[in-house]
Design a protein around this ligand. Structure first.
Ligand SMILES: Nc1nc2c(c(=O)[nH]1)N[C@H]1C(S)=C(S)[C@@H](COP(=O)(O)O)O[C@H]1N2
Ligand SMILES: [Mo]
Length: 152
């Protein structure tokens, strides 16, 4: 639900204006690195329709999806696309990684740590909540964290 659907490359993101960039995301997340553009700068280009209430983040690589209410996310979302002047590598969950500036602990709200989608392929806007494969039980969550090799 946007006026102007589109695709963005590393080169295009690199040319976003300086006020649309968020350099060095380790300022928000000590163990995460790279340079981002704000979600707001992307929304300004695609122009959400008035009825767009949910934003869904799709990672086709490992079939992980997160759908969150658009309004509280605005001003919080970042898309990390670069590291050390070049594209964000797969070892850093690139080529694109979504980050919420100030997420809550896993499973404590819609805008939680689990919504920091790695290997982001697509952002979709809809009227109703879209696909969300975030873990819902402790066991599921422990399994996904173990598979990703990080601490719960
Ligand atoms: N594509 C993808 N993104 C993902 C996940 C995943 O399994 N696949 N796990 C999520 C969960 S549950 C958490 S808590 C965070 C962990 O991010 P970190 O490894 O940078 O700490 O990534 C989120 N993003
Ligand atoms: Mo998580």
């Amino acid at each position: 639900m946007v006026e102007r659907p589109g695709a963005l490359s590393f080169e295009e993101l690199r040319r976003f204006a300086e006020h649309e960039q968020e350099r060095d995301v380790s300022r928000f997340h000590a163990n995460r690195h790279g340079d981002a553009v704000t979600l707001e700068s992307i929304l300004a280009r695609v122009k959400p329709l008035p009825d767009a209430n949910y934003l869904t983040l799709h990672a086709d690589k490992d079939d992980f999806h997160v759908s969150v209410p658009l309004e509280p996310l605005r001003g919080q979302g970042l898309v990390v696309y670069a590291r050390g002047g070049g594209p964000l590598g797969a070892e850093n969950h690139g080529p694109f990684r979504f980050l919420i500036k100030d997420p809550t602990a896993c499973q404590t709200s819609e805008l939680d740590d689990c919504a920091n989608v790695k290997y982001l392929s697509r952002i979709e806007l809809t009227a109703r909540k879209g696909r969300d494969t975030r873990p819902t039980t402790e066991a599921e969550h422990a399994a996904i964290h173990a598979a990703e090799g990080h601490q719960p």
